[in-house]
Design a binder for this molecule. Structure first.
Ligand code: NAD
Length: 497
């Protein structure tokens, strides 16, 4: 790491990183690899190694699941009144908030996320936890049923040990979306973070112990997807599984859970669209869409990556977007003036460059070239934003690129725009942009996806369900009361009178 970056690190972050090697965490203590095998953790901005994590085996992952199940049965977590569980979880939320800058800097360095955006992610974790704590307090778990000739009621119980596999793009925020409803409901959790971005999960597990969350309630297994991830998804003692990541791996996790008859929630990729009508404020809409595609360097599942623009404004709108994208300042994620950081690793950079090449080979026009970006003093994985255009029947318009690359095309009528949006196997999130709110609402309802946004993109509000359909996910969603209910199972009790 060069001196300019090192000098920005908070003392707490330096101290944390000085451990060098990080193991998993289960039952309130380190869960180490018995073979000593490890995985390098790199700063995507400098390309340099910052730490190592333990590469846990299937047996070690299974041990963590045993610990989580034991904690569910033996610790009083599940049996605690919701208020007492909520009070402990509030302590965790408060402590995470107090440590926001530290956690955010660890996350920023680990994931290549611009530091201010990482701080937003940590705050989102806190808000998510507080939202679900509040929701759980008002829940009545026992309901009497009015049934002729019977005394009957239902009672809701937590499931037990729940498994969570997370991707590298929003490591800490997604942990909050995943585990908060499970924990407030009384379940215990085993978290498998992505191998590139495990540090914030480990930090969290240790923080949870410090604030008094009982041992074994929050556990973390580090390691590779094919070993540690696969072991968690194949474990028969997990009571519920949640996976966030690519459709390819989601299918494997779904198969394993299907085989074991374990309920599974899959939050997968996307190829979202933005429909821009000719009555919009061009400047403002261009600014917001450019902001969305460059946010976290385009590594956002629900991004608008297909921009469908009304033919009357297409030329003016596209040249505005090109101008704005050219001005985006690419730099190290801890840099004071950086607007767009690196992508997570070299594999991801090559994926983006490959799609730019393949898209043009299939006939896409290049409005803004993109390609490798050079950042002074840093040899990380940087790319420039790019804009392609043309027919949607193009690999770069069909497949998820996961980088700062948008694909433009023209439409002439509302019906045509809706039909173009829906030409995809994915179904995560789209947006519609127009001053005519009746038209915008109509289009929003016709776009086939889990989420439609009006005059904005990437909108998340606690209380509004967020989830994907088709190739973008199944089994529920996140962020709403339904998510909390997913983590409670029903038993009905009946006595004939
Ligand atoms: P990925 O599918 O490659 O990896 C996700 C996780 O799965 C990682 O922890 C990885 O170690 C693990 N894994 C890999 N192979 C496994 C296996 N065989 N069995 C079990 N686990 C395995 O995804 P990624 O590249 O980390 O993340 C990018 C993808 O995530 C994109 O497709 C993106 O759209 C999607 N995503 C979706 C959402 C959502 O809410 N819908 C949110 C964020 C990211």
């Amino acid at each position: 790491m060069n001196d300019a970056i090192t000098s920005k690190l908070l003392p707490e972050v330096r101290e944390f990183l000085s451990q060098g090697r990080f193991s998993g965490f289960a039952g309130g203590t380190d869960l180490r690899s018995s073979t000593g095998s490890g995985i390098d953790v790199n700063d995507p901005g400098s390309g340099e190694k910052i730490a190592e994590i333990d590469d846990l085996s299937a047996a070690e992952v299974n041990q963590a699941v045993e610990i989580a199940n034991d904690a569910f049965r033996q610790a009083s977590w599940a049996k605690l009144p919701a208020g007492e569980r909520g009070a402990l979880l509030h302590r965790l939320a408060d402590e995470v908030e107090r440590q926001k800058e530290v956690i955010a800097q660890i996350e920023s360095l680990d994931a290549g996320k611009v530091e201010s955006q990482a701080q937003g992610d940590v705050q989102n974790f806190v808000d998510t936890l507080r939202y679900f704590i509040a929701l759980s307090q008002s829940l009545s778990k026992r309901k009497t049923l009015a049934v002729a000739g019977h005394e009957a009621w239902t009672v809701q119980q937590p499931w037990g040990a729940c498994g969570f596999i997370f991707p590298w793009n929003f490591p800490f925020l997604l942990i909050g979306w995943g585990i908060a409803p499970a924990l407030v409901a009384g379940n215990t959790v085993v978290i498998k973070p992505a191998e590139d971005t495990s540090l914030s999960a480990i930090y969290l597990a240790k923080l949870a112990k410090r604030v008094g969350i009982p041992d074994g309630v929050i556990n973390v297994v580090t390691g590779r997807g094919e070993t540690a991830g696969a072991a968690l998804s194949e474990n028969k003692k997990i009571k519920r599984m949640s996976f966030t990541g690519s459709p390819e791996v989601g299918r494997l996790v779904g198969q394993a859970c299907g085989h074991n008859l374990i309920p599974v929630k899959l939050e997968l990729g996307g190829k979202g669209a933005a429909v821009v009508f000719n009555d919009v404020d061009l400047e403002d809409t261009a600014e917001k869409l450019v902001g969305a595609i460059t946010f976290h360097t385009g590594q956002v599942c629900c991004d608008a990556t297909r921009w469908l623009v009304h033919e009357n404004i297409y030329d003016e709108f596209s040249s505005l977007c090109v101008d704005k994208l050219k001005q985006v300042r690419v730099g190290h994620q801890l840099g004071d003036t950086t607007q767009m950081g690196p992508v997570v690793n070299e594999k991801q950079r090559q994926r983006i460059l490959g799609y730019l090449e393949k898209g043009q080979a299939e006939g896409a026009n290049c409005l803004l070239e993109g390609g490798v970006a050079n950042v002074d003093g840093c040899s990380g994985h940087y790319v420039k934003p790019a804009l392609l255009a043309g027919s949607l029947d193009n690999i770069a318009a069909r497949e998820e690129i996961f980088g700062p690359v948008a694909y433009l095309t023209k439409f002439s009528s509302e019906e045509e725009a809706i039909s173009m949006v829906n030409q995809t196997d994915y179904g995560l999130a789209n947006s519609v942009w127009s001053k005519d709110l009746d038209r915008a609402s109509r289009v929003a309802e016709e776009m086939i996806a889990g989420n439609s946004w009006i005059n904005a993109h990437n909108v998340f509000a606690h209380g509004v369900p967020y989830g994907g359909i088709n190739k973008s996910g199944m089994g529920g969603g996140v962020l709403s009361i339904e998510t909390l209910m997913d983590y409670l199972r029903n038993t009905s009790v009946v006595r004939p009178l």
